[in-house]
Design a protein around this ligand. Structure first.
Ligand code: TYD
Length: 202
């Protein structure tokens, strides 16, 4: 089973991933917890180029770097783990590219999706949890963390609004569970494990 978590920066994905990972391990599952960008050694270098290198990255170059990270991630980590029967939990996957490079960067959303699908040879998640929060609220939460913003986090609120709206648009697909990220961590977790348990019982 392949589960991804999505949402704009600041919605609380890591907390929910921690809670779901613990739940699955407590229930005897073997779990691979991973992330994009940077889920592999090559990906760590790509992550650095994308988020921490000084200077501009053009929009199409950015889209291709995320896709390159993802292609290697799927080929060398995600597919082997799924074949070994593990539950794979990923902090972001290609929906992030559709929302951020497609909608927020104002490239063509379908083209960005197609590049990513080619990169991963059409591997789709079984479940995608979208944590939803208005962009200004997510930015406020992020500000409270007090960490130095990376290249993408330095974007304006409108950028994150476009990403959020695109996430909401795509979330009518059956693989999505949309959760109101303003709820408490426990309330969100209950909704997530409700859906995950139903999938595991199938
Ligand atoms: P993330 O690791 O979630 O951020 P953090 O470590 O700060 O919690 O992601 C890094 C940034 O990359 C985030 O702003 C979202 C962005 N991103 C894209 O723009 N496109 C993508 O395809 C992915 C995977 C991430």
């Amino acid at each position: 089973m392949f589960i991804t978590f999505e949402g704009i920066d600041g919605v609380g994905k890591s907390t929910q991933l921690d809670m779901l990972e613990r739940f699955l391990v407590d229930n005897g599952k073997q779990v691979l917890r991973t992330l994009e960008p940077g889920g592999t050694e090559l990906g760590q270098e790509i992550r650095h180029l994308l988020l921490h290198r000084k200077g501009d990255v053009s929009a199409r170059s950015e889209a291709l770097l995320y896709a390159a990270d993802r292609a290697h991630h799927v080929a060398t980590k995600i597919r082997p783990a799924l074949e070994a029967g593990k539950v794979v939990l990923s902090d972001r996957y290609f929906d992030s590219s559709v929302a951020y490079q497609g909608a927020a960067r104002e490239l063509d959303v379908d083209e960005v999706r197609n590049i990513s699908l080619w990169a991963v040879d059409n591997l789709l998640p079984d479940l995608t949890v979208l944590l939803d929060l208005p962009a200004d609220e997510a930015m406020r939460r992020r500000g409270n963390k007090g960490t130095e913003p990376d290249r993408l986090e330095r974007e304006q609120v409108e950028f994150f609004e476009r990403a959020r709206n695109e996430y909401l648009k795509m979330s009518n697909q059956p693989r999505f569970l949309v959760v109101d990220a303003s709820l408490s961590p426990d309330e969100i977790h209950q909704q997530v494990i409700g859906r995950v348990s139903a999938l595991l019982d199938q």
